[in-house]
Design a binder for this molecule. Structure first.
Ligand code: SF4
Length: 694
């Protein structure tokens, strides 16, 4: 206010950082944002906010923003600024040239969970209707794709079961592989309030997160498992519940497939799945695990909250299904205070998945091989659709290295920094003939791009985001796009340059199309969102007012499905050369690869990534707090400073990935989830040694 003056207008919109989806009043003076004020009527935040949403918006008007399109014939040439018309014409000619030379399937695109539902929907439509294939994927591939697979398989739909308000009715919270205090701060506050009122807490995490012990809160049980053993811990908990007669058989008989339950119950009851036997694998005290299982099964309304510590493993999908099994065996589903709640990382992960940006699914999670679903889109769009699933991000990169994938459109995603095995990503990008990066900044991926299309921030567009509780919320244009176009307009101009007959004049028309083609969004419109503030899908004839809690009377798939989830150790093993296990996560003040938060005052709180190492492991290596260390794995090495702390157990080290100079993903492996290819970011065998610095 001191610098810009008092605001003269305000616009209510939705935060573009995490999956909580806080609502803010953006206060403006002319075209200058003065401050973001948490909105008291925001259904997800009720007037609260964190340091990211409230303060980390300076990147929107940062000098690093690229506002003019740029092109270059090869990546060793300098960029040349061009007008939009020339950029679209050049992009279209390159895409057509490559399709003619190598075939349609040499092209693909990546959507972003940072963008609106409408923008994401348009990108997947461009790939399917314009490129003529299903080579479309989203950054959810590297975070919550196992949630999609696991919850769709067991419950019938790929979404969390509860609204945030549900936490007020929980007697027990089981938090596994999530650090809400840093990752989802506003919802973490609601969890803590309920815990201070007396709800009990179980934390399953290799690291002693803030939630384990914070003012007036002490977890009843913290199970510091060995990274990579989630499935074994879930199986051991199920063993206790079934063998001690704590299963809710009435619920199971009424709501689930009984035969499948019996097969699963026989499996988990085997002696080899007892907490005592599995302790050698998990590293968890069997008595603590038994007590935690009993508390979850008998403590009243019990809710499970989980994050990327569940999904980013070679058994990510298995763990999600094991979690669903636990909820079903105890009957903790379909009422307030219970359920399975994935804490979504990015602001619109849920929406990006809902909008059909996976290579095998149309919007609303209908498989591309479903002829009836495909026909709906074909009739609406006037083009035939390929019935074959397309390539996932890692498959696109593999195919590029093999010489069969040649062109990529990447919207709002820095895959070189965020995806695993950086060297392989770079090799894939370098092998392509046309990489189009559509982003705010010249990010690391743009080093390999031939065309750069300037992106717009959430402040410069209309649209919707869908948060972790399936709540569709309005995003409203606060200022004119600095580059002249909102992102949906850029995608439309590219489509038009390719010859597609698109004439949207406002994102509300895109939402009308989404509603027309997506049964769970059938009742959604901008008019209703303006009138009601938000809606939780499904919103349709069966649920005209939306659906805060799912699976109340029956599962979406009919009967709940118990899936046997056998623990399979990751192929990533420690040994004499790489004796420690690295796991990664986020910190409160920063967001993902830090492209936005590093360009704000938040950088002062966390100017570099640090390596947390247990005092014993530090002493064995002669390391002190603040020393430079080399972090090396079979994939690569990087240098960062040590933070000696007993937050991590001996044998485990931990770092964040917010700063490009650290390049944490240089050391992560290319192992991935067996069902979805979600990378195994959370388990890497490493060596840590003293270093003189970078
Ligand atoms: Fe934004 Fe998430 Fe913070 Fe809310 S909790 S202000 S949505 S980053």
């Amino acid at each position: 206010v001191k610098e810009i003056g008092l605001p003269d207008r305000s616009v209510v919109t939705t935060c573009a950082y995490c999956g909580v989806g806080c609502t803010f009043r953006a206060e403006m003076r002319g075209e200058q944002l003065v401050r973001m004020v948490p909105w008291k009527d925001g259904k997800a935040n009720r007037g609260h906010s964190c340091v990211k949403g409230r303060f980390a918006w300076g990147y929107a008007q940062h000098a690093d923003r690229i506002l003019k399109p740029m092109i270059r014939a090869s990546i060793d040439q300098p960029w040349r600024e061009v007008e939009w018309d020339e950029a679209f014409a050049y992009a279209a000619s390159e895409l057509k040239r490559i399709a003619a030379k190598y075939g349609d399937k040499a092209l693909g695109g990546i959507t972003s969970s940072r963008c609106t539902n409408e923008e994401t929907f348009l990108v997947q439509k461009l790939i399917r209707a314009g490129f003529g294939n299903n080579n479309v994927d989203t950054c959810a591939r590297v975070c919550h794709s196992p949630t999609g697979y696991g919850l769709k398989t067991t419950f019938g739909t790929s979404a969390g079961t509860q609204d945030f308000d549900s936490v007020e009715h929980s007697d027990v919270m089981l938090v596994i592989g999530a650090n809400p205090t840093d990752g989802h701060p506003v919802f973490a506050s609601r969890m803590k309030r309920r815990l201070r009122q007396g709800a009990k807490l179980i934390v399953i995490d290799p690291r002693r997160t803030d939630l384990v012990r914070s003012p007036h809160i002490e977890a009843a049980h913290h199970l510091p498992l060995r990274p990579g053993t989630n499935v074994a811990v879930m199986t051991a908990m199920a063993h206790v519940i079934v063998t001690e007669g704590l299963a809710n058989e009435a619920f199971i008989r009424e709501r689930c497939d009984w035969d499948e339950y019996q097969d699963w119950a026989a499996f988990v009851s085997e002696a080899k799945h007892s907490p005592e036997t599995l302790a050698a694998v998990t590293g968890v005290d069997p008595a603590e695990l038994r007590a935690a299982a009993r508390l979850y099964a008998t403590g009243g309304n019990a809710a499970i909250y989980y994050g990327l510590g569940v999904t980013e493993h070679s058994q990510g999908s298995s763990t999600v299904m094991a979690i669903a099994n636990l909820a079903m065996v105890t009957g903790n589903i379909g009422r307030p205070g219970v359920g399975v709640n994935p804490l979504r990382g990015q602001n619109n992960v849920q929406g990006a998945c809902d909008m059909g940006s996976f290579p095998h699914e149309l919007s609303g999670y209908r498989h591309i091989s479903d002829a009836a679903a495909r026909k709906l889109f074909e009739d609406d769009w006037g083009v035939p659709l390929d019935p074959e699933p397309g390539l996932r991000i890692p498959n696109m990169l593999d195919a590029a290295v093999d010489g069969t994938f040649k062109a990529l459109y990447v919207q709002g995603e820095d895959i070189l920094q965020s995806d695993p095995d950086t060297k392989h990503v770079a090799a894939g990008l370098a092998a392509m003939e046309c990489v189009i990066v559509h982003d705010l900044f010249l990010n690391e991926t743009a080093n390999y791009a031939h065309i750069f299309l300037p992106g717009s921030t959430f402040l410069e567009k209309d649209g919707t985001f869908t948060n972790a509780e399936r709540r569709i919320q309005p995003v409203r244009k606060v200022m004119s796009p600095l580059n002249g176009y909102s992102d949906w307009e850029v995608t439309q101009r590219l489509a038009q340059a390719l010859g597609l007959d698109w004439h949207y004049t406002h994102p509300s028309e895109i939402m009308d199309e989404i509603a027309r083609l997506t049964p769970s969004f059938a009742g959604v419109s901008f008019d209703r969102l303006d009138a009601e503030g938000s809606m939780q899908w499904p919103v349709n004839d069966a649920a005209p007012d939306g659906t805060p809690i799912m699976h109340i009377d029956g599962f979406v798939r009919g009967r709940g499905k118990f899936v046997v989830t056998d623990y399979v150790p990751t192929d990533e093993r420690t040994g004499p050369r790489f004796p420690l296990l690295l796991t990664t996560g986020r910190i409160l003040s920063h967001y993902n690869v830090g492209a936005q938060t590093r360009r704000t005052a938040n950088v002062a709180w966390h100017p570099e990534d640090l390596l947390e190492i247990h005092p014993t492991d530090a002493e064995n290596r002669g390391l002190n707090d603040g020393d430079w260390v080399k972090l090396a794995s079979r994939s690569g090495e990087t240098t960062l400073r040590a933070l000696v702390t007993d937050r991590v157990a001996p044998g485990v080290v931990y770092t964040t990935f917010h700063h490009p100079m650290t390049q944490a993903n240089v050391v992560t492996t290319d192992y991935s989830d067996w069902a979805t290819n979600c990378p195994e970011y959370k388990v890497t065998a490493v060596q840590v040694s003293a270093s003189n610095g970078p």
